[in-house]
Design a protein around this ligand. Structure first.
Ligand SMILES: CSC[C@H]1O[C@H](OP(=O)(O)O)[C@H](O)[C@@H]1O
Length: 320
């Protein structure tokens, strides 16, 4: 298994080194964070993205605040305000603040969160792999891979473990407009590892399902509520509706740090990002000046459309 690690803590120089995912797939470059402000920037500008990866990075951002004697409360607020939907960000920051309030080292707690995330994602793959059959064609959305976590991924961990258990699978990655995480990140991550992957435009998924070309769908998550409403990348809900119509199993893979047992659906802030993500592709304007756009980054899939949720402890069947 080619171990893609997007988050590296450099103990020697007290800095956080991140794969700059804005540069993929053309360049594998790194962004070095020396302050918590640097980390906040990387989360907002999606140098690092993906619910677990955002949480781990924010934890190290707090460690940088501690190392440099910065105002811890200010660092907490700055990092907390980077992105509103992925609950892992708040889970990690609150865990760091709990440790700090108890007089523990923030850096040591951040390292624990990082190490736990690696093991959690590995377990999700081990547990979820049994849902994949030899010969399956599996559609995935956005990037819920090692690039969204500390290693392995969530949805892509299931796919990796199926592949390494000698199941002959074919992955279909839809491109995932507007940021194209599927085309740029999932296709990079799987081809880098030799896992068969094809990319499709988002609007092709329904046609492939109607032709019986998709056996299963597996996606990640940014926030799962206690009633199993799933917040994930925009377009997930559309896939879930299509999957229901075509009787295609729809799986969600996520660690328990993505669960939010407090909020109701109406409490969750669905991130809206800048218009330029929709009006431009790779720096080229594609929409006429003066024409408005929507750019919701996430949507919500109700539990009745979810076949199963794969975690590091168990498989949850919301409708059984
Ligand atoms: C393993 S969680 C990945 C999750 O995060 C992504 O969002 P973004 O790329 O905007 O951070 C997407 O929703 C993925 O499913």
């Amino acid at each position: 298994m080619k171990d893609l690690r997007p988050i590296i803590w450099d103990d020697e120089n007290n800095q956080l080194i991140l794969i700059d995912q804005r540069k993929l797939p053309h360049k594998l470059e790194y962004f070095t964070c020396k302050t918590y402000e640097d980390v906040a920037y990387t989360i907002k500008d999606m140098v690092v993205r993906g619910a677990p990866a955002i949480g781990v990075s924010a934890a190290y951002g707090m460690a940088l605040a501690e190392i440099h004697g910065a105002d811890i409360e200010k660092a907490y607020k700055t990092l907390k305000n980077t992105r509103p939907t992925a609950v892992n960000l708040f889970w990690a920051l609150n865990r760091i603040m709990d440790a700090y309030d108890k007089g523990k080292s923030i850096l040591e707690e951040a390292k624990k969160i990082h190490e736990e995330d690696i093991e959690t994602c590995r377990k999700i793959g081990e547990i979820g792999e049994k849902l994949i059959d030899d010969g399956d064609t599996i559609l995935t959305h956005c990037n819920a891979g090692a690039l969204a976590c500390s290693a392995y991924g969530t949805a892509l961990s299931v796919i990796r473990f199926a592949f390494y258990n000698n199941k002959k699978i074919q992955v279909i990655a839809d491109e995932t407009r507007p940021r194209l995480q599927g085309a740029k990140l999932t296709a990079f991550e799987l081809s880098y590892e030799g896992i068969p992957v094809k990319v499709i435009p988002d609007n092709m998924a329904g046609y492939l399902m109607s032709k019986g070309m998709i056996d299963k769908i597996i996606v990640g998550a940014d926030r799962i509520l206690s009633d199993y409403h799933v917040f994930n990348k925009i377009g997930t809900y559309s896939l879930a509706v299509l999957a229901k119509h075509h009787n295609v199993p729809f799986y969600v893979a996520a660690p328990y740090s993505t669960f939010d047992f407090e909020s109701g659906v109406e409490d969750v802030v669905v991130e809206e990002r800048g218009e330029e993500e929709v009006t431009y592709i790779d720096g080229v304007r594609i929409i006429p000046e003066g024409v408005g756009v929507y750019n919701y980054a996430f949507d919500c899939t109700p539990p009745e459309l979810v076949t199963a949720i794969i975690t590091e402890k168990d498989i949850i069947y919301p409708n059984e």
